[in-house]
Design a protein around this ligand. Structure first.
Ligand code: FAD
Ligand code: NAD
Length: 479
């Protein structure tokens, strides 16, 4: 009874809406959008949505990676009208010709792997890439933590370091180096990963490979004076104390300047104002220093004169229209709308555009109907009371529809896991703010993220993974 799938037949009377990306912004838009109003085409190199808040838990196997992925095909088949999906990367956007170029960069390619798609309306939700600030050696030697592949790579590497450290006749210096896990960037990604890693060590590695346990150490390096700069002072203190209790070494006011295959070179700002250069050997290096602009976005910025001062992404107006363009919108991490690059912002922006586009389509339908009724009335000499009544009612509805309020972000709060079954939360509470940390907050963190999972399937899988890792320990096999 679930087949057949609706077929995609572009309707020449409808506008073609092209959506780039299958992340938080684009998927929220797709969820809200009445797809029967447009010819909708989605382009993304990733044929799934990824629930990023639980990605740090995949690096240690607390959660299996497929539990936080939702295939885009499954999302699209619930839509009323068919949507075309191309697994491809948009490589350039030509706003004058209103076409995008797409490339299939996957392993298997057909006879055609590059083509163009014309659009009437374009939504850019391509997210961001990892910032390295051009620091030498970062790209070649570190792991990032943004995509599923990154989490899998980290999981493999942790166990490779452990097994190599346990190799017969390893020197003590080499065991220390291999067991030294360095995390650069004390934002929420770095903090959550450090916490998960220490948990993995305390709960599993220590028991399974006891001979290397005295050497295991996690160091978190942050250039600013404290970790989690976007949280309140009270929660920063709580987080730093908890991390220290967990035996995570926090090195603040320490800026990494160079990375080699076995060491990190950093500059420490001393309290007397002086600088000290240190060399830190590592086995695993995870780089989490935030976002940088993707090449496709940089390229578009260079084509639009009004974007000449845009550095962190596409500047958009209060309706999320890319400034200097007419039919291009940008959402999420690739857009600069004055908010932090978070999933919360991206999904609210996507939801807003969904409502906006539904409204625009309805408005056009109403206008066309008014036009039709007016011509009919003119033919009849203007004496159809019924048509006049319908026009009046449509015009009333139109006035209401045209009065769309601009996008406004509503902050629900910030949450972060900090290890040893503790979390911190800065949440809005009865018109005020509540800053809390600890084990109860951890339960809140778990239930909040569970409720935010994309589907019931994801929710069930995540619960099962939590139960499994609690009951049997995390799986330390190296795939
Ligand atoms: P993304 O979700 O990154 O999606 C971008 C999409 O575009 C992807 O599908 C990608 O494949 C696709 N794409 C890339 N290039 C192209 C191209 N050239 N053409 C077409 N498609 C392309 N935020 C929170 O609010 N709370 C959290 O707890 C939280 N936890 C996080 C944990 C981690 C480990 C990370 C890395 C981030 C976390 N964030 C969190 C931030 C949040 O994930 C991002 O802000 C959010 O993903 C941004 O949504 P987006 O739609 O802009 O981009
Ligand atoms: P971030 O930008 O929040 O933090 C990066 C940190 O790296 C900064 O504190 C910066 O000072 C530091 N840094 C930069 N260069 C450095 C260097 N050379 N040496 C040492 N430190 C350096 O990045 P993120 O943690 O990846 O987060 C990205 C976005 O995703 C943010 O908006 C964040 O709020 C969001 N996010 C939220 C959550 C959550 O809510 N739980 C989790 C992960 C990410």
């Amino acid at each position: 009874d679930r087949y057949p799938e609706p077929q995609f037949e572009p309707d020449p009377s409808k506008k073609t809406l092209v959506i780039l990306g299958t992340g938080w912004g684009s998927v929220a838009l797709l969820k809200k959008l009445d797809t029967e109003n447009y010819n909708v085409v989605v382009v993304s190199p990733r044929n799934y949505f990824l629930f990023t808040p639980l990605l740090p838990s995949c690096t240690t196997g607390t959660i299996e990676h497929r539990s936080i992925m939702e295939p885009v095909r499954a999302i699209l088949r619930h839509k009323k009208a068919a949507v075309k999906f191309y697994e491809a990367e948009a490589s350039s956007i030509d706003p004058d010709r209103k076409v995008i170029k797409i490339v299939d960069n996957s392993e298997i390619k057909g006879a055609t792997s590059e083509t163009e798609i014309p659009y009437d309306m374009l939504v850019i939700g391509v997210g961001a890439e990892n910032a390295t600030f051009g620091i030498p050696g970062v790209r070649e030697n570190s792991c990032f933590l943004k995509e599923i592949g990154d989490a899998q790579r980290i999981r493999k590497k942790i166990m490779d370091c452990v097994e190599t450290a346990a190799f017969k006749g390893q020197t003590p210096e080499e065991v220390d180096r291999l067991m030294h896990m360095v995390v650069v960037g004390g934002g929420p990604t770095g903090v959550e990963f450090a916490g998960e890693l220490q948990d993995f060590f305390e709960e599993d590695i220590k028991k399974l490979v006891p001979e290397i346990s005295p050497h295991f150490k996690v160091t978190l390096i942050e250039a600013l004076p404290n970790v989690l700069p976007s949280f309140s002072k009270q929660l920063i203190d709580y987080t730093e104390n908890t991390l220290r209790e967990e035996k995570i070494d926090i090195k603040t006011k320490t800026m990494v300047k160079r990375v080699t295959d076995k060491t990190v070179e950093a500059e420490i700002s001393r309290p007397d104002g002086g600088k000290e250069r240190v060399e830190i050997p590592y086995g695993l290096l995870v780089w989490a220093t935030g976002n940088a602009v993707r090449p496709i976005v940089k390229d578009l910025i260079s084509r639009i004169p009004a974007q000449k001062d845009s550095r962190r992404g596409l500047a958009v107006n209060e309706y999320l229209v890319v400034q200097g363009t007419r039919d291009i919108w940008a959402i999420g991490d690739c857009a600069v709308a004055g908010y932090a690059p978070t999933a919360q912002v991206a999904s609210q922006e996507g939801n807003f555009l969904g409502r906006l586009f539904n409204n625009m389509a309805k408005t056009e339908n109403h206008e066309a109907r008014i036009q039709e009724l007016s011509s009919k009335m003119n033919l009849q000499g203007g004496n159809s009371a019924e048509a006049a009544r319908e026009i009046e009612s449509l015009e009333k509805q139109l006035r209401r529809m045209k009065d769309i309020k601009p996008f406004r972000y509503s902050h629900q709060g910030s949450l972060a896991y900090i290890g040893s079954e503790k979390a911190v939360a800065d949440v809005s509470w009865w018109n005020g703010n509540l800053a809390t940390g600890g084990s109860l907050t951890y339960l809140f963190w778990r239930s909040a993220y569970l409720s935010m999972c994309f589907s019931t399937r994801n929710r069930v899988l995540v619960i099962l993974d939590w139960l499994k890792s609690k009951a049997f320990g995390r799986d330390v096999s190296r795939e």
